[in-house]
Design a protein around this ligand. Structure first.
Ligand code: MN3
Length: 210
């Protein structure tokens, strides 16, 4: 049984950057629905029961066609949001350290340049989707990617370490059509210590961590 991550903050912790109703609905309705749907699909699909969700996403040809589209949407919705809600913090560490700081500087030149690239990917994602900072599973290199809907970067051979949710449900009540404003504000709640932890864990193990 897959479970949503437990939140270490209250729904009103991000006011006024992310409003209380958006947090409550995002976690309590949207993320919950993806999680419930994923559990229902896994329960009815023996082929999915002995693998971690990530592994099945990387090997979609082994997922029965009848449930494949639903699995992609709901496994993606489940994993993408576990990462999202874990990455934000009311008391974030505001700049990267450790291996992450080194890699960001080597790859993008600076944190500011990385934010520009992530913002560009997030703004240009047409319709619903995500912008990602992701690690190449083979080379360990960082890359900015974007995906539509709840698609993940796992089938592309990457592991996400930071996701910017650009579905309207993530920002519409406060920001309406002003997606660039939301993205700018979102960076104020990103806990870069957590992103670094994801990077370092990912480099050490290719296990089943979320
Ligand atoms: Mn969302």
């Amino acid at each position: 049984m897959k479970k949503q991550i437990e939140l270490s903050y209250s729904f009103d912790a991000f006011e006024p950057i992310i409003d209380t109703l958006t947090m409550e609905t995002h976690y309590g309705k949207h993320h919950k629905t993806y999680t419930d749907n994923l559990n229902a699909i896994i329960d009815s699909t023996p082929e999915l029961q002995n693998h971690c969700v990530k592994t099945s996403l990387r090997n979609l040809d082994q997922v029965p066609e009848a449930v494949r589209a639903g699995f992609v949407n709901n496994a993606g919705g489940y994993l993408n949001h576990n990462l999202y809600f874990d990455t934000i913090s009311p008391n974030p560490v505001k700049s990267p350290s450790g291996s992450l700081a080194d890699k960001i500087n080597t790859t993008f030149g600076s944190l500011e340049n990385l934010k520009i690239q992530l913002t560009d990917a997030a703004v240009k994602q047409f319709g619903s989707g995500w912008a990602w900072l992701a690690v190449n599973d083979e080379t360990g290199e960082l890359k900015v990617l974007q995906t539509a809907n709840q698609d993940t970067v796992y089938p592309l051979g990457y592991t996400p370490i930071l996701g910017v949710d650009v579905w309207e449900h993530a920002y519409y009540l406060n920001y309406q059509n002003r997606r660039p404003d939301y993205i700018k504000e979102f960076f104020r709640v990103v806990n870069w210590d957590f992103v670094n932890e994801r990077l370092e864990k990912g480099l050490k193990s290719s296990g089943c961590q979320r």
